[in-house]
Design a protein around this ligand. Structure first.
Ligand code: GRG
Length: 296
C-alpha cells in the first residue's frame, strides 16, 4: 500500500473518531466539568492510538463498531494522562496541543477531576448497555486497557519517570521506563484493535511484537523531536525533560544513535508484521513509518 491509499483511509478514520468523541464526551457534566473534559480531548492531538486500533481491527477483519469504541477509549486514557502529567505536581507545563493546558484554563482541581472523569468514561464507552459489543469482548477490551494504563504500565512508568529526575539511567532502564509510560498504551491500542476480530495465537504474538516496537520507537522519536524542534511545531514546550535533568534517549545515547535506534525499531515492527499471517498488515506497516518519520 502506498501513501495515496493510506491518506484517504486515515482521514476517514480520524473523522469517525472525532465525531464519536464529539458525541460521547458530555458537554453537560456538572459544574463545568464537561467543558474541561472536552477542552482536554477534543480539537487537537495526532490521534495515533485510535489509528492503531482501527488499522489493527482492519488487519484482522474485526468488528468495526467495537473498534471505534476502543479507539475512543484509548484516546480518552491518553488525554487524561496528558492533563494530569501537565499539572504542577508532575511536569508543570502550560502548553499542550498548541493551547494552554487544562489546569491553566480551568484550575488544578477541575483538571484533576477532568482527567479522572475521562479515565472512567473510557471504561463506560467500552461497556455499553445492550448488545452493541459482546460481553466477552467488553471484558477483554477493559482488561487490555486497564493493564496498559495502570501500575504495571503507564502509571508505573510515570512513577519511575518522576523518580528519575537528576539520575543517570542506562539504556535498558530508560527503555523499561518508556515501555511502560508510553509503549504500553500504544501496544494496547494494537492489541485492542486485534481483539475485535478472530486472531490466532501466532498472529497475536506478532502484533504484540509490532506494538512493542512502535511503542518504544514513538518515545525515541519524541525525545529526538523534543531536542530538535521548536515548541510551536510540537504544540508543547520543547526541551523540558532534558532541562529538568530527566534522562532521555538523546541525553543517554546522543541524537545520531537515537535516530539509529528508531530506525532499528521500525525494522523490528516491519519484521513482526512479516512473520504474521495477517491478510491486511499494510496500514500497520505504514503507521510504523509515519511514527518514525513524523516531525511533530
Ligand atoms: C499521569 C498516569 C500519568 C501518566 C502520564 C503520557 C504520560 C504519562 C506523560 C506524557 C509525557 C510525555 C510528553 C511523554 C512522551 C510521549 C508522549 C505520550 C507524548 C504525547 O503523545 P502524542 O505525541 O500527543 O501522541 P498528542 O497530543 O498528539 O495526542
Amino acid at each position: 500500500m502506498n501513501d495515496d491509499a493510506f491518506d484517504p483511509w486515515a482521514r476517514r478514520a480520524l473523522a469517525e473518531v472525532e465525531s464519536a468523541l464529539e458525541r460521547w464526551v458530555p458537554a453537560d457534566a456538572p459544574a463545568g466539568l464537561g467543558e474541561a473534559m472536552r477542552y482536554g480531548v477534543l480539537d487537537g492531538g495526532k490521534r495515533v492510538r485510535p489509528l492503531l486500533v482501527l488499522a489493527a481491527c482492519e488487519a484482522v477483519d474485526g468488528d468495526a463498531a467495537a473498534a471505534l469504541r476502543a479507539a475512543v477509549a484509548v484516546e480518552l486514557i491518553h488525554a487524561y494522562s496528558l492533563v494530569h502529567d501537565d499539572m504542577p505536581c508532575m511536569d508543570d507545563d502550560v502548553l499542550r496541543r498548541g493551547k494552554p493546558t487544562v489546569h491553566v484554563r480551568y484550575g488544578q482541581a477541575q483538571a484533576m477531576l477532568a482527567g479522572d472523569a475521562m479515565q472512567a468514561l473510557a471504561f463506560e464507552i467500552l461497556t455499553p448497555d445492550g448488545d452493541a459489543v459482546a460481553p466477552a469482548l467488553q471484558a477483554r477490551l477493559c482488561g487490555l486497557l486497564a493493564r496498559a494504563a495502570g501500575h504495571a504500565g503507564m502509571a508505573g512508568g510515570q512513577a519511575i519517570d518522576l523518580a528519575s529526575t537528576g539520575k543517570r539511567l542506562d539504556e535498558a532502564t530508560l527503555s523499561d521506563m518508556h515501555q511502560r509510560k508510553t509503549g504500553a498504551l500504544l501496544q494496547a491500542s494494537v492489541l485492542m484493535g486485534a481483539a475485535c476480530g478472530a486472531v490466532s495465537a501466532h498472529d497475536w504474538r506478532a502484533l504484540a511484537g509490532y506494538g512493542a516496537a512502535i511503542g518504544l520507537a514513538f518515545q525515541v522519536v519524541d525525545d529526538i523531536l523534543d531536542s530538535t524542534q521548536a515548541s510551536e511545531t510540537l504544540g508543547k514546550t520543547a526541551g523540558k525533560d532534558a532541562d529538568a535533568g530527566k534522562p532521555t534517549y538523546v541525553t543517554v545515547l546522543g541524537v545520531d544513535a537515537a535516530r539509529r535506534r528508531a530506525h532499528a525499531l521500525r525494522a523490528q515492527a516491519h519484521a513482526a508484521l512479516a512473520r504474521s499471517t495477517l491478510a491486511q498488515p499494510a496500514r500497520l506497516a505504514l503507521l510504523a513509518d509515519r511514527i518514525v518519520d513524523r516531525e511533530s
